[in-house]
Design a protein around this ligand. Structure first.
Ligand SMILES: Cc1cc2nc3c(=O)[nH]c(=O)nc-3n(C[C@H](O)[C@H](O)[C@H](O)COP(=O)(O)OP(=O)(O)OC[C@H]3O[C@@H](n4cnc5c(N)ncnc54)[C@H](O)[C@@H]3O)c2cc1C
Length: 472
């Protein structure tokens, strides 16, 4: 929306999905299904990868938000900027000029309206509402932070500020009224109506080209939306390469084979370098009745508590319903010699079955994931229909290094849960069960097998066209 803010330019925003209903429910985990209930659209776009050899040949679910705001309208609302050294690497080693940390920080600040006010890293006047829940809504959030410190890590007060590394509170994109703050809410709703046209439920078929110059987009009824100045393609890590390839911009051989024909621009980088990182849940029974289980399930016994959460949230926009339930977490380094955190933990004072339903017992879970996998994959066309799925291959656990790092991440998480702070709460380990993995700390073979069978996407997929200066 920078275009509309900063100049007199008029802009059109085309979206294949619809508009999210402004329901206030944010008490969702990272699940797209819960979020789907908040919208009036067939959500999400249910992509699946091709079978992944590194994950026991499972096809992994890769949902994307087909709605205004895209995946920010269905995501888990955890606000993480990324480590400064990642921006430095992109800028200095990987050719993304202008993406060094000092250059991007002012934009992060300008975008943000943080509940704790402005400082050297936070902004307080931007359109994107970001908050920390204080005090936390469950004692186990503090226990997790304390256990991290007992395990030898530092405490950090702002994982998006001076020190990402350590254990502390996480930020979330939730407004003061307790509602989800998607990109659509932050930018589309506030944009001047006379200069922004929002077109919903229209699929872009391809970029309209005049020679090699983009002059607009072709919509699904074959009409052309012409641009006087520029076309900004932001259809996501799957949608952007898909549209480029359907427009004849991509790897020549693949475009021919897929039926697009001769490439207008033969560029091997389009759809290449696909990256995603994995996540797995370590779950433990909780010996005290303090978890989310009573409000996470529709059981008659606890119905009154669930209703009370809903009423507080509808009436005041506060309480459990105004939190994404990822209130604390941690960033650590998996081993000596790693310069900055390569492992991330989220903590939930509840344990889920699959992605949505809570286990019918008091339990908690640590989400464990690595941040910089070395495996690379690709996105390729499976059809000439822009509404069809794609051949998505992140090549999960395609390298020995990635297998080793997931193993280390799981071990370090279990080590945190074994600290004294958890002693009054820690019960038997549920996942992996003792039968699946006897000792997380010493049984490499069983742990690897469980990780292979249980890990899933963390939904943070990215691919070449996003930043790469070399794929012009
Ligand atoms: C379930 C889930 C949980 C997540 N949790 C978090 C989290 O807690 N924190 C976090 O930082 N990140 C999270 N993410 C990731 C984050 O939401 C995404 O990285 C981010 O939204 C990507 O933004 P984008 O603009 O690149 O793409 P998208 O958000 O995917 O937007 C692409 C848009 O383009 C539209 N589009 C695509 N093709 C076409 C077409 N042909 N014609 C018209 N429109 C089209 C889509 O409908 C969509 O609106 C999560 C993602 C998911 C799916």
């Amino acid at each position: 929306m920078g275009l509309v803010d900063d100049s007199n330019a008029r802009s059109a925003h085309v979206q294949c999905g619809g508009q999210a209903l402004q329901l206030r429910c944010v008490c969702s985990l990272r699940t797209p299904r819960t979020a789907a209930r908040e919208t009036n659209q067939p959500l999400p776009q249910d992509f699946h990868t091709v079978p992944q050899p590194g994950l026991g040949h499972r096809a992994i679910h890769e949902p994307r938000g087909k709605v205004l705001g895209g995946s920010s309208s269905i995501n888990a609302m955890v606000y993480i900027r990324g480590h400064a050294l990642d921006f430095e690497r992109w800028a200095h080693d990987e050719g993304a000029r202008g993406w060094d940390y000092a250059s991007v920080l002012p934009y992060f600040k300008r975008a943000q309206n943080h509940s704790l006010g402005a400082d050297a890293y936070r902004g307080a006047k931007g359109p994107l509402q970001v908050k920390q829940v204080d005090p936390v809504t469950n004692p186990l959030f503090d226990v997790f932070e304390q256990a991290g410190v007992q395990a030898g890590y530092r405490r950090t007060t702002d994982v998006n500020g001076y020190s990402q590394e350590g254990f502390g509170k996480f930020d979330m994109t939730i407004g003061p009224d307790g509602t989800r703050w998607s990109a659509a809410k932050a930018y589309l709703r506030t944009a001047p109506r006379d200069r922004l046209t929002v077109v919903t439920k229209r699929t872009v078929k391809r970029v309209a080209l005049d020679g090699k110059r983009a002059i607009g987009v072709v919509l699904d009824d074959d009409s052309v939306l012409r641009a006087d100045r520029e076309v900004v393609l932001c259809a996501g890590a799957f949608g952007s390469p898909q549209l480029l390839m359907l427009s004849g911009i991509g790897p020549g051989g693949h475009l021919k084979e897929a039926g697009v024909g001769d490439a207008v621009v033969d560029n091997a980088g389009v759809g290449a370098n696909l990256q995603d990182h994995l996540e797995v849940y370590l779950q433990y029974k909780c010996t005290q009745p303090v978890t989310l289980y009573p409000v996470g399930n529709w059981t008659l016994r606890y119905l009154h508590r669930r209703v009370a959460v809903g009423l507080e949230w509808f009436a005041r926009g506060t309480g459990l319903g105004a939190s994404n339930q990822f209130e604390t977490g941690g960033f650590v380094r998996s081993r000596a010699g790693v310069r900055h955190p390569d492992v991330q933990y989220h903590f939930i004072p509840g344990a889920v079955l699959g992605q949505l339903e809570f286990l019918p017992l008091h339990a908690f879970q640590v989400h464990v994931g690595t941040l910089r996998p070395t495996s690379r994959g690709s996105v390729r066309l499976a059809s000439l229909d822009p509404k069809a799925s794609l051949r998505i291959d992140p090549n999960f656990l395609g390298t020995e290094e990635d297998v080793r790092d997931m193993r280390a991440a799981a071990r370090l998480a279990d080590e945190v849960v074994q600290q004294a702070a958890f002693a009054p709460f820690r019960g038997e380990r549920i996942r992996p069960s003792a039968a699946e993995v006897g000792s997380i700390q010493s049984d490499d073979v069983a742990l690897d097998a469980w990780l292979k069978a249980s890990s899933h996407s963390a939904y943070h997929v990215r691919c070449a066209p996003a930043l790469c200066a070399c794929s012009s």
